[in-house]
Ligand binder design. Sequence first.
Ligand code: HSE
Length: 437
Amino acid sequence: MLNPVKVGVLGLGTVGCGTVNVLQRNAEEITRRAGRGIVVTHGSARDLAKPRICQTSGMKLTQDPFDVVNDPEVEIVAELIGGTELAKELVLKAIEQGKHIVTANKALIAIHGNEIFEAAQAKGVMVAFEAAVAGGIPIIKAIREGLSGNSIEWLAGIINGTGNFILTEMRDKGREFSDVLAEAQELGYAEADPTFDVEGVDAAHKLTILASIAYGVPLQFEKVYTEGITKITREDVQYANELGYRIKHLGIAKRQENGIELRVHPTLIPHKRLIANVDGVMNAVLVKGDAVGSTLYYGAGAGAEPTASAVVGDLVDVVRALTSDPENRVPHLAFQPNALSDVAVMPMEDIETSYYLRMTALDRKGVLAQVTSLLSDNDISIEAIIQKQVGDADSVTIVILTHDVKEASVNQAIQNIEALEGIEGQVMRMRLENLKG
Ligand code: HSE
């Protein structure tokens, strides 16, 4: 296998360190996917003495990001410092030196993207920016690749995690705006200048990028109508609720006969819509294509590792393009053909989950006790139980929810229960998944 690709990370803060950690933790699988290892060999941070959430030993570290950009060893520059002016200078310098760029910087792309892409094209290098929109959700890839057969009619997204976190906490816990914002800053969700989050600027940067990808128009941030969440009161949230709506801060791009709508503002959404139930720091983007209809993409929109997930996905993309057969840039099964593994598929009997069991029992003394003792004999613990009379018949319906247990134990218990004299017919079984995030 070829030598690992050397990456220089500009900015070892929340996202930079998240990227280093994900690359280190998942090194083996990432190599199998990319066809080459990906190693952060160089890093820059404004203050190297500051404590970090990642392991940087073995890296060439500097306080001057230009050292990284100028180092001939570095093949890919991951720009994770944020801001527009210094970031632009660094990215253009790196492009000039033939380096590929991965960035999470939505402001940079929304404001200087047209110029950066032109420079990259002239130099024949890649610029990847999946992490710039909706954190860990691969929305750029979904629109640019997965939906490329569609004419996009509209898209609407909750694309600022901090704002959504604030609105959710105000609604659910009646918390004060400033108090929730301070927490979002502590958790590393908010922008360096948090007015970008609450005044809608960050969402407008992201909407600019989404609209360009959806409609093939140049990036034009200055044309986005932008309104933030600062004027919303707790009462507004309550009134909307009473009327059957949730308030969400949305970025909307819509194709009309005479142009494209580009707008960011608080919006009432019927509370039954899936997107109305996207809470906390989570993001979601609804995309309506003429062929596919409505599609919804949901996930963490900010934070160290969700954003790193997108950064690393872009690094893998760049490395695949550098390394593999250009006809098969993305391997058919995601991993390189010679790196497929033979991990076994588990037999159903070994799978552990919870169960819903429904059975009909004769309404006689001791039947329920027999059922519960058979469950216990098979190591099955009960979470909930309901017993209901069925009309005026001499039988009852028993419904049981179990805690997590192996399928094999449930199979055995069902067989034993069905053999009881007091049980009529078969036990109906459904598996229950909590699908906690
Ligand atoms: N401040 C941004 C947000 C970070 O809260 O969504 C992710 O772009």
